[in-house]
Design a protein around this ligand. Structure first.
Ligand code: HEM
Length: 508
């Protein structure tokens, strides 16, 4: 059932990702930066909004005129700022919707990720409310439509019971009410959104709050060009004596209002609250099991804090040493936050498979369900199985990239890990020294690691930019580190064929 929904959307994303990677490069692929792109759009909304606020008149009589002034008289600055404000708001919503669909389709919303999903949803509604209250402030006929629709909806709630609609009887609308709306739009909702977003990313480390520079410049220019080519304009001034008929609705923000033509306000609330509740409960429909959290072994820990630095989910903290050892600090794992990705196992200097004294390889931090000694044993077994083959290729693959079980070649052995970030670089050296002709590490696509940083950290360790580093003596020609998604099987097979050919030519 899950696959019925996930798979088609996931494959659509993966194919579009591949095109975008080709067009923009992996670093600037907007689909890899949807969260930070939403932040970027909000920055544009904020800065353009501050400018609009300088000119805006918060009285009922002045609001419309002040917006008209900036749109027509000061079109080159005020008008552009207004358009940027409108289009960046629309873009925020589009990007957030793509962000939600992406996290859903790539199954990045359940298990240990429930918190990010659950706390993301209120932000969606805060953004929608910001948009609605913004349209209201223009006080044109669209604003009138929004205001009357909103009062209908609010009046259906027991706390208002009819009080809202009275504001919109001719002569009843006061400046005070209008100032209140301005306060909600300019201060109340933005403050709540900042707080909501802080909570939303609280369980993540090194959150990507800023988009890459080229992507920022490109998206800003796109909005600027749109603002110049198709400036945002108002409808006619609001007039409570008439009912506006022909309106240009913003379907991103105002889609709830046409529902009032078909449903009562009460039914519209039930529908909206129902959809929101369903969205929030998604991580439990069905529940996804997270394997047991990593366990620290202080006998093999020197408190170097690399595991703490590498953990993408803030599950490790460094605290004062408790075992009387000469080291000052020790890592402490919060099992509720641990994703069991094993990235910290790959960070630990004790995870070196060449430690000769160890009958059973013990390390400072380890996964109970797939400990590092098991990976070393699997490596030894794989090499023994390949020993009679002319060509011996060993693949260390992550379980979230391309499906490795499909590869059926007698000269290839496969070891699957939760994440390639779990692989200590010393394993490459170990495997080559013990007879492998070639090693292939196959992770998720670059910039799109299921566990956020696994492939990035391994790449840095291989380059020597992050500990534990890959020894300089290791022949770089003998291993490849690639990033593939589920749809990239053909590329992987091609890769293996190239490695095989390289080895055969080297042998001949
Ligand atoms: C304005 C609204 C939002 C913004 C600005 C935003 C931004 C972000 C950012 C920056 C991240 C971290 C990305 C990273 O560094 O890896 C993130 C993660 C996430 N967001 Fe949002 N988000 C928003 C709304 C939502 C909503 C409405 C949902 C779902 C209902 C959602 C679901 C998630 C999930 C599941 C993650 C976790 C990803 C992971 O663990 O790798 N977000 N968001």
């Amino acid at each position: 059932m899950k696959n019925f929904f996930h798979k088609p959307i996931k494959y659509t994303y993966l194919y579009i990702d591949a095109w975008f990677n080709f067009a923009f490069g992996t670093k600037n692929n907007p689909l890899y930066h949807l969260g930070s792109l939403a932040f970027f759009m909000l920055w544009i909304v904020l800065i353009s909004g501050l400018y609009i606020f300088i000119i805006f008149d918060t009285s009922i009589t002045g609001a419309f005129q002040s917006v008209e002034y900036m749109t027509n008289e000061q079109w080159y600055l005020g008008g552009v700022m207004r358009s940027l404000h409108r289009y960046a708001s629309d873009a925020t919503l589009v990007v957030v919707l793509l962000h939600i669909i992406r996290e859903f389709s790539l199954d990045r919303y359940r298990g240990f990720r429930w918190f990010s999903w659950f706390t993301g949803t209120p932000n969606l509604w805060l953004i929608v409310l910001l948009g609605i209250s913004g349209y209201w402030l223009v006080w044109d006929q669209l604003a009138q439509y929004v205001a009357i629709g909103s009062s209908q909806l609010l009046d259906a709630l027991p706390i208002f019971s009819g009080a809202m609609s009275r504001n919109f009887l001719v002569g009843n609308l006061s400046d005070r009410f209008f100032t209140l709306m301005a306060f909600v739009h300019l201060l109340g909702l933005p403050v709540m959104l900042v707080f909501g977003l802080w909570i939303h990313v609280k369980r993540l480390t090194k959150v990507e709050v800023f988009v890459p520079k080229t992507l920022a410049i490109g998206s800003f220019l796109a909005l600027l060009i749109l603002s110049l080519v198709k400036p945002a304009i108002s409808h006619a001034q609001a007039d409570l004596t008439i009912i506006p008929t022909l309106l240009n609705l913003d379907w991103y923000y105002l889609n709830v209002y046409p529902l009032l033509d078909y449903f009562t306000a009460g039914e519209t609330w039930i529908l909206t609250i129902g959809i929101s509740t369903l969205l929030m409960l998604m991580p439990w429909l069905p529940i996804k099991r997270t394997p047991p959290a990593v366990v620290v072994d202080l006998n093999n820990c020197n408190g170097c804090s690399q595991c703490f630095d590498d953990c993408p989910f803030d599950a490790i903290s460094m605290q004062a040493r408790t075992d009387g050892a000469r080291w000052k600090m020790e890592p402490v794992v919060d099992p509720n936050l641990c994703a069991a990705c094993g990235i910290c196992v790959g960070s630990c200097p004790y995870s070196n498979p060449s430690r000769r004294s160890e009958v059973k390889l013990a390390t400072g931090i380890d996964l109970p369900e797939q400990p590092i000694h098991q990976i070393r044993t699997a490596t030894k077994t794989a090499l023994t199985e390949l020993s009679s083959s002319k060509v011996k290729i060993l693949i260390f693959g992550c379980s979230h990239g391309v499906n490795l079980t499909e590869i059926n070649a007698p000269d290839v052995a496969i070891i699957t890990l939760p994440c390639t970030g779990m692989l200590p670089p010393a394993f490459i050296d170990y495997t080559l020294q013990r007879g492998a002709d070639g090693v292939l590490i196959s992770g998720c696509r670059s910039q799109d690691c299921y566990y956020r940083f696994g492939n990035h950290w391994l790449e840095q360790r291989i380059k020597g930019d992050r500990t534990p580093i890959l020894a300089k003596r290791v022949n770089r020609e003998k291993f490849d580190f690639v990033g593939y998604a589920e749809t990239d099987e053909a590329q992987l097979l091609q890769n293996i064929a190239t490695i095989r050919q390289r080895i055969t030519e080297g042998q001949g």
